[in-house]
Design a binder for this molecule. Structure first.
Ligand code: KIV
Length: 265
């Protein structure tokens, strides 16, 4: 049975912790779906992990719709959340509603994710009252990386923590069905999690969150560079790919491949 937003709310009510992973294409989405991952986020991290940009800012609506549709075509059960890219929900509320609608109408997503609170909260209320399920995202919001002064832990200190807590309550009141908390102290994530009824999904936010999310390429050893502290690598597919590619090249060079079993008579 396909996962619904009611299921996601029920996970928290029932005390069931759950996983969300990112995916950006059909084969990875199919594997995650077969593994029983209930939520797949087509994150705008696409820009960094797949498209080779230094930040998520260059990602466009066309990029996101293209990749979300590929994920949706390969998924049977997981709830697909499409990440609204930078500037797709900031210029005007009407544009934002139209762009959010495209994720559901054209790309097959079941929900969208938006970063921030404040002005964004009113948009969340309008989207949810129009039938678009919304996941919030607070803490380190990568689309504001320049305003935040870099990739830093957020919500340290009483005032900063209070702003995140208030934002979480506002997003819940506006109808968001879940909330990503990124790179915040574990104690703040615990306080937010116990202060709202919608599930929190942590990434670098400690163990008290109702769910956890990580990036596909990070858990599989496919990302370049130094991983943030919160990343746990569950496989080293990068090395497996290098080994396989070298083996292929060697067999081509020494004539072992293609063998008779790979050749049409
Ligand atoms: O874009 C993304 O992958 C995200 C997750 C890291 C939460 O927003």
């Amino acid at each position: 049975m396909p996962v619904t937003i009611s299921d996601v709310r029920a996970y928290k009510a029932g005390g069931d912790r759950f996983a969300m992973l990112t995916a950006y294409d059909a084969p990875s989405a199919r594997l995650l779906d077969e593994a029983g991952i209930p939520l797949i986020l087509v994150g705008d991290s696409l820009g960094m992990v797949v498209l080779g940009h230094a930040t998520t800012l260059p990602v466009t609506m066309d990029d996101m719709l293209h990749h979300t549709a590929a994920v949706a075509r390969a998924t049977t059960n997981a709830l697909i959340v499409g990440d609204m890219p930078f500037m797709s929900y900031h210029a005007s509320e009407d544009d934002a509603v139209a762009n959010a609608g495209r994720f559901l109408k054209e790309a097959g997503a079941g929900a969208v994710k938006l970063e921030g609170a404040g002005r964004v909260t009113e948009l969340v209320a309008r989207l949810t009252s129009s039938g678009v399920p919304v996941m919030g995202h607070l803490g380190l919001t990568p689309q504001s990386v320049h305003q935040l002064g870099g990739w830093r832990v957020q919500g340290r200190g009483e005032e900063a923590a209070e702003i995140i807590l208030a934002g979480a309550k506002d997003l819940e009141a506006a109808g968001a069905f879940a909330l990503v908390l990124e790179a915040v102290p574990a104690a703040l994530a615990a306080q937010v999690t116990s202060s709202i009824e919608i599930p929190t999904i942590g990434i670098g936010a400690g163990p008290a969150c109702d769910g956890q999310v990580l990036v596909f390429h990070d858990i599989l050893g496919l990302s370049a560079g130094v991983a943030p502290r919160f990343v746990k690598r569950y496989a080293d597919l990068g090395e497996q790919i290098r080994i396989a590619a070298r083996a292929f090249a060697e067999e081509v060079a020494d004539g072992t491949y293609p063998g008779p079993e790979h050749t049409y008579r």
